[in-house]
Design a protein around this ligand. Structure first.
Ligand SMILES: Nc1ncnc2c1ncn2[C@@H]1O[C@H](COP(=O)(O)OP(=O)(O)OP(=O)(O)O)[C@@H](O)[C@H]1O
Ligand SMILES: Cc1ncsc1CCO
Ligand SMILES: [Mg+2]
Length: 262
């Protein structure tokens, strides 16, 4: 685990191009800006090539896309592959809505992606494994979480981050588990979106997407855990802003002190 990548990220201040969703766009922008990246969001087809050329990574969040946006997403993905910019996909609710599964699989058929980050229900749906997803949440299933993540990583030749109480990160062969956690993540809509975009930032400064995804996940999880431990009363409304503050404050030493992974 290369926790020192956090320092590299702050030195390089990578431009993180995000196609976000309207629900969580501000948390995502402020979260990764506080961390040390330079976010830019766009939904405009006509500037797709310029955006991709300028940026260090592309994070595509499929949380609330419209039909018109699908064209921009396809254009951006094509340019990102052409210019060698890493793509991170957040397949929001693909386990719950067949239309989303179909559109996401089409995108993955046409695009080489570096990382797919989703909860168990989303990863299972893309891996083609039976699961009862619930809206944007993971839902219930009996499959082996690590095998499901590995199956998708092999299928799409990419790194998979399957978030949950324990976060599972795999390149299809090796598996890293991150144990840092807090229930407050689940009370803040967009924790997952922020994690995906954080992974995007690290992919912008580290070519090895497996390393980038590990560091991003551990930094994000430790930040959330520190906030939860510092709160007198665990409250959903104040967790979000304090998570952004902690992404600003956190440093390599602190992450090394609290990180729990194997
Ligand atoms: N049951 C849990 N207990 C503690 N932490 C969790 C739990 N589930 C997820 N997390 C943490 O929450 C963060 C977001 O992951 P999660 O799986 O909730 O994403 P998500 O379902 O895509 O969220 P959303 O779409 O609402 O933003 C991760 O850092 C993960 O470690
Ligand atoms: C609640 C919600 N609905 C569509 S996207 C989103 C944010 C979580 O991704
Ligand atoms: Mg999500």
């Amino acid at each position: 685990m290369k926790i020192s990548l956090l320092e590299t990220l702050r030195e390089k201040n990578p431009i993180a191009f995000n196609i976000s969703n309207f629900v969580t766009v501000q948390d995502v922008a402020n979260g990764i800006n506080a961390l040390g990246a330079s976010p830019i969001m766009s939904e405009e087809q006509n500037e797709a090539e310029a955006m991709v050329k300028m940026c260090n990574s592309v994070t595509i969040n499929l949380g609330a896309f419209t039909e018109g946006q699908l064209e921009q997403i396809a254009t951006v993905s094509t340019f990102a592959n052409q210019y060698g910019k890493p793509i991170v996909i957040d397949p929001v609710a693909v386990g719950a809505v067949a239309y989303r599964t179909e559109r996401c699989n089409e995108l993955l058929d046409q695009t080489d992606v570096a990382v797919i980050r989703g909860n168990a229900g989303e990863i299972a749906a893309l891996a083609g494994v039976e699961w009862q997803s619930k809206g944007i949440d993971a839902g219930e299933g009996s499959g082996d979480l690590e095998e499901i993540a590995k199956k998708l990583a092999k299928k799409r030749h990419c790194v998979v981050v399957e978030s949950g109480k324990t976060d599972i990160i795999t390149d299809g062969e090796a598996v890293v588990r991150v144990f840092n956690e807090t229930d407050l993540f689940k009370l803040h809509v967009g924790s997952g979106d922020m994690l995906s975009s954080t992974i995007g930032c690290f992919c912008g400064i580290e070519k090895d997407a497996f390393e980038a995804a590990q560091t991003a996940t551990v930094v994000f999880d430790v930040a959330g855990e520190i906030v939860a431990k510092s709160m007198k009363q665990p409250l959903a409304g104040s967790f979000g802003p304090q998570l952004i503050d902690q992404l600003h404050l956190i440093d390599v030493k602190t992450v090394e002190k609290y990180a729990q992974y194997e």
